[in-house]
Design a protein around this ligand. Structure first.
Ligand code: SF4
Length: 236
């Protein structure tokens, strides 16, 4: 599987380029909270919600102690305000009660497996959110799997599962060293631009020659979506 991932990554890099990474290392707790805000919304709205949050409260402790109704108002542009406000306060409360402080600096010293286990043990933190912390903040060679990554990986024969968690573990350990960030980011762009859930635009897809999917749609892909390389978590 590693060779196939390498080939796919190389074709995606040819088409989209190497995704930019934040030059300043991102704080792991910032990435964790930012990732909660990205759930079920687009990057522009989650980016606005994240900025509202950081401009309204000076510290994560202020967020932890904030009134839930007020917090919902601050982040509502990201959608699902009640669930997200409760998830954010839940993880901050849990972290505070276990560690007595609000940071994840200790994560830098932990191994991938141990860290995934710890992060997913916090209230409201799933595997995708935890793996985003490892990839985007700590630059580990880990590929978070969302619906776009799962769908494209399945069509490309990298997994048989429709469940992102199963696909995550199928890919784990098979991503050639140093490729996880570009592979993950470019696969999301591919999933948005070409490999859409319905009517994928296969005739124009940069992976057409290496894709054996039975879901291929060789008719005109229909509505075209403008290319956007904006991925929120790299901008926190
Ligand atoms: S050829 Fe079609 S099915 Fe295969 S990856 Fe590209 S868009 Fe998806």
């Amino acid at each position: 599987m590693s060779n196939r991932i390498k080939k796919i990554d190389s074709l995606l890099r040819e088409y989209y380029g190497v995704p930019k990474r934040s030059e300043v290392p991102q704080d792991p707790l910032d990435v964790l909270i930012g990732t909660i805000l990205t759930q079920n919304t687009n990057d522009n709205n989650s980016w606005k919600a994240y900025n509202n949050l950081r401009n309204t409260y000076k510290t994560w402790d202020e967020v932890r102690l904030a009134n839930t109704s007020e917090l919902k108002e601050v982040i509502k542009i990201a959608g699902l305000p009640r669930q997200k406000a409760e998830a954010i306060k839940g993880v901050l409360d849990d972290l505070h009660s276990r560690k007595g402080r609000l940071d994840l600096e200790h994560a830098r010293e932990m191994g991938d497996e141990e860290l995934l286990k710890e992060l997913t043990s916090y209230k409201g933190v799933g595997l995708k959110t935890a793996s985003c912390v490892l990839l985007f903040s700590l630059h580990r060679n880990i590929c978070p799997v969302d619906t776009h990554v799962n769908r494209t990986a399945k069509r490309l024969g990298l997994t048989e599962s429709n469940q992102p968690e199963k696909t995550f573990f199928a890919l784990l350990g098979n991503i050639p060293e140093g490729l996880a960030h570009s592979f993950h980011s470019n696969l999301i762009l591919l999933g948005r631009e070409f490999c859409r859930p319905a009517a994928p635009d296969c005739p124009h897809c940069p992976l057409l020659d290496v894709c054996n999917s039975s879901d291929k749609n060789m008719h005109d892909g229909g509505k075209k979506y403008p290319y956007s390389g904006f991925l929120l978590i790299d901008k926190l």
